[in-house]
Design a binder for this molecule. Structure first.
Ligand SMILES: CCCCC/C=C\C/C=C\C/C=C\C/C=C\C/C=C\CCC(=O)SCCNC(=O)CCNC(=O)[C@H](O)C(C)(C)COP(=O)(O)OP(=O)(O)OC[C@H]1O[C@@H](n2cnc3c(N)ncnc32)[C@H](O)[C@@H]1OP(=O)(O)O
Ligand SMILES: Cc1cc2nc3c(=O)[nH]c(=O)nc-3n(C[C@H](O)[C@H](O)[C@H](O)COP(=O)(O)OP(=O)(O)OC[C@H]3O[C@@H](n4cnc5c(N)ncnc54)[C@H](O)[C@@H]3O)c2cc1C
Length: 664
């Protein structure tokens, strides 16, 4: 058995061994559920094993001890080792295998190919014509060029219609002239733009004969392919250190009347003919498809980040002993405290829920991509609304869960040895990138308001399946019946809040207020409706997914986890269900939650082991698989560059003279 399995190895901490022995299911079987198939879960283990046999792929020092320059260099160094060995490590045509390889070796601090894989190649797939794909996609996939996705500007990110960069068509030369008219029009933030990328998909306003056709994607060469120097007319560089992602080079970019051929407008959907005639795309927002793709993948991505933090916090909580319960002869594992369980177990449930919900959302995206390629864009609005809400809720709750995991590790959680703050920094970036959360919740809000208006106009039958519940009436709730009854509680809360928020908006508008002002004054209520609607979707996909599991032991523990989830979520939205549930029913749910925390306790370590995140990938002293935290914490501290000498130059230069002076 590999070190990642539930196996117990000589030298493991007896506390973790005891936890693994109490698990009731096979962690490999659970991993198959988490990663979608036994085959892929097995491939992940094989890839991790293969990586561990190439010493050059290991970090040359713990990443927190590297400065920014060191992190960027380390990322590129490891990337070159990966590429030398790629055929030994993965099937290079598999996106999922590549993602696992990158996550394991490169970590989560950013690297030159992150945005190339996540946005540049997908943008080419979705928006480049067949002919353009022949020209660029193969080169991108073979990594002959490194690309990024340059949309956001210093002055404008959320409001795409206000982007300032222009691409003006010149029929005489059949070129687009890219220009950045102001400081605020500088592209700002794109990952890998600063120093690594030599090509970019640039989003700029298409101007033909003084008419602005709005943001469109253009393929733009930024740097010379031999010298890597920026081309004339291009200003490009790194935007400086960030909360996290400091191994990545997020960049700025400006154009001075920079010319590109007419064929460089990505023209699968919209075209400009040689004479300047504009051919409209089949849907006005089709150019947003690269964003929809990332948003569709964010539930699984964020679930994985939450999982990282929980592996660390739960394993550490099983070896950390502090205080006493009944037995006063030995301090107790902190995982036995109800408060610790309440802090961590609902987050374990959310991590599973996000991953399962992500499967469904990715499936919907893949289907939409096929539909759109066949000219059917009717599903775009639904997926846009769904993914807008989902990315907002999962990123926020992931951030909350990771921060609780950090606090659950006490003082050592605050040390970079835990690595939790890095995970937190990366995860909460997701609250902002790919659409600022409030802005995205309001996009879903628009969709919900429109759905209510359909009901008001007698068109309930035309509602899609995800919003059909908005037209239903309340029914009696019997909470002894299990998760589906909790779903009804959530439906009640989401329906009630959506109607209230819509009615508030309509009342304000009917009072003579402008549409925009009424919207703004109802917007907090609308975001609340969006969150409840999204949490309902997450809960229902969790319930459906658990229902489909075949392995009975795995299913059993997931039902226990589902019970943690539904009771915790309903307690968390108590204020929205006061009209439905009596205080006795609320007490009943609270008690069910406490019982389910106890039920899940013996499986807590096995549930996080099942994520099968290797020590290399985890980069955490507290979260080590073997649980030998203390000796390794001391080793880690001793490896700090500050400890290379006993007396630092800063002491000799400043502190010693100060102390000497004070003696006089
Ligand atoms: C693939 C795996 C990725 C997994 C990542 C997950 C986890 C991370 C783990 C590790 C990290 C590793 C690497 C990743 C690192 C970094 C980050 C990665 C990527 C970041 C890249 C970016 O951030 S790119 C820039 C993103 N920018 C935005 O998202 C801007 C947000 N703004 C908008 O999207 C739009 O401006 C808008 C939607 C807010 C408004 O659009 P606008 O055109 O102005 O439209 P409106 O007038 O408001 O609405 C009109 C109408 O259109 C509908 N609509 C809008 N958009 C769409 C759409 N896409 N589809 C369909 N319909 C749409 C809108 O609802 C309106 O409809 P109605 O009139 O009917 O109401
Ligand atoms: C780590 C990271 C990586 C990124 N990578 C890329 C990349 O690769 N490519 C790229 O192009 N961009 C990238 N971005 C940029 C990112 O997409 C934008 O920062 C994001 O879309 C938010 O836009 P903004 O910065 O303009 O925020 P703003 O819109 O200025 O938000 C500021 C505040 O205003 C509020 N607000 C704005 N509009 C409204 C409204 N209509 N109603 C109510 N409130 C509103 C927001 O809620 C927020 O509280 C990245 C950003 C980060 C942090």
């Amino acid at each position: 058995m590999t070190a990642l399995n539930k196996s117990i190895e000589p030298g493991d901490s007896p506390d973790l061994t005891e936890e693994r022995a109490s698990g009731t299911f096979d962690t490999n079987a659970m991993a198959a559920v988490i990663y979608g198939s036994d085959k892929f879960a097995q491939r992940r283990r094989e890839i991790s094993e293969a990586i561990s046999k190439i010493p050059e792929l290991a970090d040359s020092a713990p990443l927190p001890f590297l400065d920014r320059f060191g992190k960027v260099t380390e990322g590129s160094r490891k990337l070159s080792v990966i590429l030398e060995n790629i055929d030994k490590l993965i099937d290079p045509s598999s996106y999922e295998e590549g993602l696992h390889l990158y996550t394991e070796v490169m970590g989560m601090e950013g690297h030159p190919l992150a945005l190339h894989e996540v946005m540049f190649i997908p943008a080419l797939i979705a928006q480049a014509s067949d002919e353009q794909q022949v020209k660029w996609l193969g080169r991108a996939r073979r990594r002959e060029i490194i690309g990024c996705y340059a949309q956001t500007e210093m002055g404008h990110g959320s409001n795409l219609r206000a982007l300032e960069t222009t691409a003006t068509y010149s029929p005489e030369t059949q070129e687009f002239i890219l220009h950045s008219p102001t400081i605020t029009s500088l592209k700002w933030w794109p990952g890998a733009l600063g120093k690594s990328a030599n090509w970019a998909v640039v989003v700029a306003n298409l101007i033909i004969r003084d008419k602005n056709y709005g943001p469109h994607p253009f393929m733009v060469q930024l740097r010379d392919e031999d010298s890597h120097e920026p081309l004339p007319g291009i200003t490009v560089g790194d935007i400086g250190p960030k909360m996290a992602f400091n191994g990545g080079d997020n960049g700025f970019l400006g154009f001075r009347n920079y010319r590109i051929p007419r064929e460089y407008l990505l023209n699968r959907h919209a075209k400009v003919e040689a004479d300047g005639r504009y051919v409209k795309p089949p849907h006005a927002k089709i150019n947003h498809s690269a964003m929809i793709r990332v948003r569709s993948h964010m539930a699984t991505g964020q679930g994985a980040l939450l999982a990282h933090a929980l592996v660390i916090a739960v394993r550490y909580s099983a070896v950390r002993r502090q205080g006493y319960l009944e037995d006063k002869s030995r301090e107790v594992k902190v995982l036995d405290y109800q408060t610790q369980q309440h802090r961590l177990f609902p987050s374990i449930a959310r991590a599973y829920a996000f991953i399962f919900c992500g499967f469904e959302t990715i499936r919907l995206y893949d289907q939409l991509l096929i539909d759109v390629q066949n000219g059917n864009t009717s599903g775009m609005a639904d997926l846009h609304a769904l993914t807008s809400g989902l990315k907002s809720v999962v990123t926020y709750q992931t951030g909350e869960g990771i921060e609780q995991a950090r606090m659950a590790c006490g003082g050592h959680g605050y040390s970079m040895a835990s690595y939790i703050s890095e995970i937190y920094g990366v995860a909460i970036g997701g609250c902002t990138y790919e659409g600022e959360n409030m802005v995205m919740l309001l996009q879903l809000g628009r969709y919900l308001v429109k759905s209510i208006e359909m009901i008001q106009n007698g068109k309930s039958r035309e509602l899609g399946p995800m919003v059909a519940y908005l037209a239903e009436n309340e029914s009696e709730i019997d909470l002894n019946l299990g998760p589906n009854e909790y779903l009804k509680v959530f439906e009640y809360a989401a329906r009630n809040q959506t109607w209230r928020a819509t009615e508030k908006f309509q009342k304000l508008r009917n009072s003579g207020m402008s549409n925009e002002k009424a919207w703004n004054q109802a917007s907090v209520e609308l975001t609340r409706a969006s969150r409840l609607h999204t949490r309902l979707y997450i809960m229902s996909t969790f319930i459906n997914h658990v229902g489909s599991i075949v392995d009975q032991k795995v299913k059993g523990v997931l039902i226990d986890l589902l019970n943690v989830h539904v009771t915790y979520e309903v307690m968390d939205i108590g204020i929205y269900v006061q009209g439905l549930l009596s205080s006795n029913q609320m007490d009943l749910i609270r008690n069910q939650l406490y019982v389910s925390l106890e039920t899940i306790r013996p499986n807590a370590v096995s549930l996080v082991d099942s994520f099968q995140i290797s020590d290399m990938q985890l980069r955490s002293v507290l979260g080590r698989r073997d649980g030998n935290v203390y000796e390794n914490l001391f080793k880690w501290a001793k490896s700090s560059p500050l400890n290379k000498t006993d007396v630092l130059p800063s002491v000799t230069q400043y502190l010693k003279p100060m102390m000497e002076k004070s003696k006089l």
